[in-house]
Design a protein around this ligand. Structure first.
Ligand code: ZN
Length: 132
């Protein structure tokens, strides 16, 4: 796998509106994009930090993965996303190396990227997202 950089860090929050205060007013970051990904029941807000980003994730439906995560573990770091040049090749490679895939095929995520998640069970309990 050829990871070029950390694309973003995903952070689960109960409310983007409330979290904006900390990220904008306290940290001085600019939120440049807010979008809702309806099929995943999540609303996202993005901030650039140099070459990487922070992605805030707010549940927009009760049954969403983020809603369950917050219920179980509270707000906090949800996943780390790596930038890769060929996501299909990486998925094939990860599978052959015994990594459990959440997404067997890439799907579309926020910001028009192709994404796929690796299961924390085989990644030392870190949810890893691949982005192309
Ligand atoms: Zn993400």
């Amino acid at each position: 796998m050829n990871i070029s950089r950390i694309e973003h860090i995903g952070i689960a929050v109960k409310s983007i509106e409330n979290a904006l205060f900390f990220y904008e007013k306290i940290l001085g970051l600019d939120c440049y994009n807010i979008e809702e990904i309806t099929d995943q029941g999540v609303k996202t807000a993005f901030f650039r930090i140099g070459d990487t980003k922070i992605e805030l994730l707010e549940p927009s439906s009760e049954g969403s993965v983020i809603a369950k995560f917050i219920k179980k573990r509270g707000e906090g770091v949800h996943h780390i996303a790596f930038s890769v040049s060929n996501i299909n090749d990486v998925l094939t490679e990860m599978k052959s190396k015994g990594v459990q895939l959440i997404d067997k095929m890439p799907r579309s995520g926020a910001e028009g990227l192709l994404i796929a998640f690796l299961h924390p069970k085989t990644t030392n309990n870190i949810l890893i997202e691949l982005c192309q």
